[in-house]
Design a protein around this ligand. Sequence first.
Ligand code: GLC
Length: 573
Amino acid sequence: MTQASSAARDAPPPTTDATVGAEWWRSAVIYQIYPRSFADANGDGMGDLAGITSRLDALKQLGIDAIWLSPFFPSPQKDAGYDVADYCDVDPLFGTLTDVDEMTDAAHSRGIRVIIDLVPNHSSDRHPWFQQALAAAPGSFERDRYMFRDGRGPDGAEAPNNWESVFGGPAWTRTVDAQGTPGQWYLHLFDSSQPDFDWSNPDVRSMFRDVLRFWLDRGVDGFRVDVAHGLVKADGLPDFTPPGSAGSMGGQGTTDSTAVLAPYWGQDGVHDIYREWNQVLAEYDGQRVLCAEAWVDPLQKMALWVRPDEMQQAFNFPYLETPWSGAELRRIIDESIAAFSAVGAPSTWVLSNHDVVRHASRLALTQENPQGHGIGPETADRPNIDIGLARARAASALMLALPGGAYLYQGEELGLPEAIDLPDEARQDPTWFRTNHERYGRDGCRVPIPWDADAPAYGFSATGASWLPQPDDWAPYARSSQLGVAGSTLELYSRALWLRKTHQLGLGAIEWHDAGDDSVLWFSNGPITVVANTSDQDAVVPTSLSEATRALESAPAPDGGIPADSTVWFLTP
Ligand code: GLC
């Protein structure tokens, strides 16, 4: 057995783009930037566009292909910018349109593509259209752009139906006119400050085609489409009681293709919209993309979003939700590849984002924790930090060996855990307020990331300000503590990305081998053979690999085995 050098960047990956012969997004690693929490250039404690530009070299060095930015548009920030008041401008919190252009140019000059967030299901209640709708009469064209309805019961005092908001509480709010008289109700699948558009209205469709063109003209490479399964609601808005956790984003973890769909998720009509958008993108050169946030299952249904005339990618949430179990991971990997390849699309892989508990904590939870509920000081099931980190490193090393596109969430390359002990008064997620503090929500994965162990706010902001407080014990996670340090999580990611690109794993195919033990995954993708051990016992190296070079290890293996909760990549001739 030979040990590969741990120097991740001993030679640059081939300069031939890994996309030769295939569109870039089929194999891309896309890094999610949460602008509020990435880097703050002006010292106000809120990350901004200039901060992103200033840190692009670090991302280049990491080896990613593209960035996706969560929203930076003008917004009252009731849902951290997913409440958009103007789709074609920048919130002063984050900078200006010029800053977007500079950031995009700076990314492009480094070979990094730029994807931005598009939020079409709802606007902010401060959007001019909604303000006009409130001022207009029932039945007016202004109201028809949103979902206004009369209430039920005498005086219309009951909501038009029983739907619940994803963030808790009813999905309807009653309007009150200037004289204080209660009026119609409007639908909001999320916060009451996020009224849902009516996508049967041609004005709404045409406005969003213009929004796409506005940003495509500015040179962005594509859009991550928020709540891409929610835009169309079933006729008549029938009552519905979800089978799983109330207020979920959909996707109840079912493999049953006949399972009843919520009348607000995954309706067939959404596909016409994406066919239209596909045509808009096709007017532009440079392989622009749409990526769906569509929490629908089974995977065969999700794959409908990425048929050849619709979007290019969809986040593989069933993969994200799979527990750290060899048998379950193998099943979901096979199902994902089969479902997406049946429509000619690559699978994607994702383990963390700004809506879920960071996987360095989530993978050590022992009880069910539905998406969006979060964990906090009173959570009984407090994850073991060492087990969580070991599993996260192993899970990421496994993910990055799979063919298709992969999404990373800022900070996971540092091994960041969820910030559990945020003080109540610091929390900002609407979920926390709409459930009367019953659900912690998503703030714990949104804390500004640490760059420099010794600087104020760990280098996030020169003044030390931070819109969510950073834990006191994050210095070891800072980039400065890990860069060039053999065995660090940052070096593990850099090396995995370098090997992935060098051997074109994103365009490869996997072949399973029988490890004789369900908890051990063993497969090859081209010259890389991966063994992932999900059990809490060390596993032995399969005999056929005993002479192979160990190209990557997620955990130290002084005895040459496959330690518990670890993944090893072997380079085979
Ligand atoms: C998506 C976003 C989430 C947001 C919600 C409403 O799920 O990822 O952060 O709260 O949509 O826009």
